[in-house]
Ligand binder design. Structure first.
Ligand SMILES: Cc1ncc(COP(=O)(O)O)c(C=O)c1O
Length: 426
């Protein structure tokens, strides 16, 4: 395989061959998965690891027998690998859960127990509702006041002056996304964390949409919490929580009495989905492989460095795909893209594009693309506040095209041809 830093593009066929779903055909053409923001496809290694777990090590936790020990070892290895993937200092700082939404309700309610009427939580109009609604619930339950950060309509970026204005001595939590699942905006998290910490608040970062597109380093970000979902970054359906050790230890989780009192066990309610966690090890295997090929981190590098090399190469390659997508979609008559559209600012976005098409509802466009074997999303994709702030809720939201590193320029060309036909009424 060619040098990775310059060569995900050159190696795309090899990469695609790692993902069995990508060989699915629609007529003569490969089925086109542009629905990554709703869930990515998985490598063969993930599928094999799930099957292997169910065939050989399918047992509950802490039994006095071999398969239980094997299952526990898989869980321990997955915590280690997840800590490496996120840049956490220790495996005890990462916990698995059903999905990001369920984890966020659990953490927000646990934090809520420490809050008092008049305490404040900051949320944003750009976030997926899974990082908004759990905090809004505390308004009712604890008398907490919610403060909003608005977006700049012209490029769908957060108004950081607005953030500065709402931060105050009663701010307890700032809940913010790393990347928008609707328009792809990447928020300046280091700066936001600094601002929140200066006000004495904790940060809760939703990295669900960012995780398939860029390296994440929770230690460098210095965030108190960060959540993501392996099924959005080439893994099985699962949620993943990072919390600074002192936060995870200090805050009392909702748990059954026999469950561990320390992290991460106190945050992992009930029996974990062992097969999904085993599958995630397959995904990490894939990402490590991607990061070690020539031009990447190399054989001698630590796993964390290999992950970072893989994600850095993905980020670089996706920038090219994003440019092709922008050029292609900008040429479609009546198509209106939202978000950051200046290529010089593409390091402030990931390759997720949302648009409307004159004379066609987003659903109709998605259906017509679906008929042509192109999977895209339509509606609000739970970016509930953003779609309302843009005045698009009544008209079906927007169409969303989400690219991943396994997508190709040919797929984008095909999307362009299909959109041109749809715009012309076909
Ligand atoms: C940015 C973002 N946050 C949160 C979620 C919710 O994730 P989960 O399905 O793991 O609860 C999603 C899912 O679409 C998302 O895109």
């Amino acid at each position: 395989m060619k040098g990775l830093m310059s060569g995900i593009d050159a190696a795309r066929d090899r990469i695609r061959s790692e993902f069995p779903a990508l060989s699915r055909l629609h007529g003569d053409l490969p089925y086109s998965y542009l629905d990554g923001p709703g869930g990515t496809q998985v490598p063969r290694r993930t599928i094999d690891a799930i099957a292997r777990y169910l065939e050989r090590s399918n047992a509950n936790h802490e039994g006095a027998f071999e398969t239980s020990r094997e299952s526990d070892e898989i869980l321990a290895r997955a915590h280690d690998a997840a800590a490496d993937y996120l840049g956490a200092g220790s495996a005890s700082e990462v916990a698995f859960g059903q999905n990001m939404t369920t984890i966020t309700f659990a953490v927000s309610r646990a934090i809520g127990r420490t809050l008092h009427a008049g305490d404040e939580i900051v949320v944003t109009r750009l976030d997926h509702d899974a990082n908004v609604a759990p905090w809004l619930a505390l308004q009712e339950e604890r008398g907490v006041a919610i403060r909003w950060v608005e977006i700049r309509q012209e490029d769908c970026t957060l108004d950081l002056d607005g953030l500065e204005a709402v931060l105050g001595p009663r701010t307890r939590v700032v809940a913010v996304g790393l990347a928008s699942n609707a328009v792809g905006t990447v928020n300046p998290i280091p700066r936001i964390v600094e601002m929140a910490h200066a006000a004495g608040a904790m940060t809760y970062v939703d990295a669900v949409h960012a995780a398939p597109h860029m390296p994440i380093d929770v230690t460098a970000l210095d965030t108190d919490f960060l959540v993501c979902s392996p099924y959005k970054f080439f893994g099985p359906h699962l949620g993943l929580l990072y919390g600074k050790r002192e936060r995870l230890e200090q805050i009392a989780s909702y748990k059954v009495r026999p469950a561990p009192d320390d992290a991460p066990g106190k945050w992992e309610t009930g029996t974990l989905p062992g097969e999904s966690i085993a599958g995630l090890l397959g995904t990490f295997d894939y990402l490590e492989w991607l990061g070690r090929v020539p031009g990447g981190a190399g054989d001698g590098a630590k796993r964390r460095e290999a992950f970072a090399a893989a994600m850095t190469a993905i980020r670089a390659s996706e920038r090219g795909l994003a440019l092709t997508a922008l050029e292609t979609m900008s040429r479609i008559p009546g198509l209106h893209l939202r978000g950051i559209l200046d290529p010089a600012r593409f390091d402030e976005r990931v390759p997720t594009f949302a648009f409307t098409l004159d004379g066609h509802s987003p659903r109709e466009v998605a259906e017509k693309l679906g008929e042509r074997g192109i999977a895209v999303w339509d509606g609000d994709y739970y970016a509930y506040e953003l779609i309302r702030a843009m005045g698009l809720a009544e008209t079906g939201g927007m169409v969303r095209v989400g690219l991943a590193h396994y997508n190709t320029p040919e797929e984008i060309e095909r999307l362009g041809r299909a959109l041109r036909e749809i715009a012309a009424g076909n």
